[in-house]
Design a protein around this ligand. Sequence first.
Ligand SMILES: [Zn+2]
Length: 127
Amino acid sequence: MGLGLKCLSGGAGWLLLPPQSVQTLENLADLARLDPAALRAIEIPEAWARRRKHYPYCPRCAFLNPEDVGSPVWKRRWLAPAVVPCEVHATPLRAIPCARVRRCLNLAQLLAQVSRYEREPRRESFD
Ligand SMILES: [Zn+2]
């Protein structure tokens, strides 16, 4: 049985979950033993599913989740097309190149990549 999962090509598809059918979401939730509502909450709107060169993030939130210090976090709102400041720290978001995100297979790898990127000299732009 196929899941009927819709994925985005290019970029880090696992990070950008486009809207799924109710059946697909229920199948995924069964596999992951999650509430389908939790998966629905991480879907991105179709309008956000665009090619991008960078992924914005707040390094302070990414490495020290203010809501649960034991859990890493990547916020859905960071994936919105409009670049906004961090709502917790009121600081501008930073941006990691999509090519570096594409290499990552999960959030742990993504945070390790961001950590390496944070130690490099700044050279970023949003688009
Ligand atoms: Zn923050």
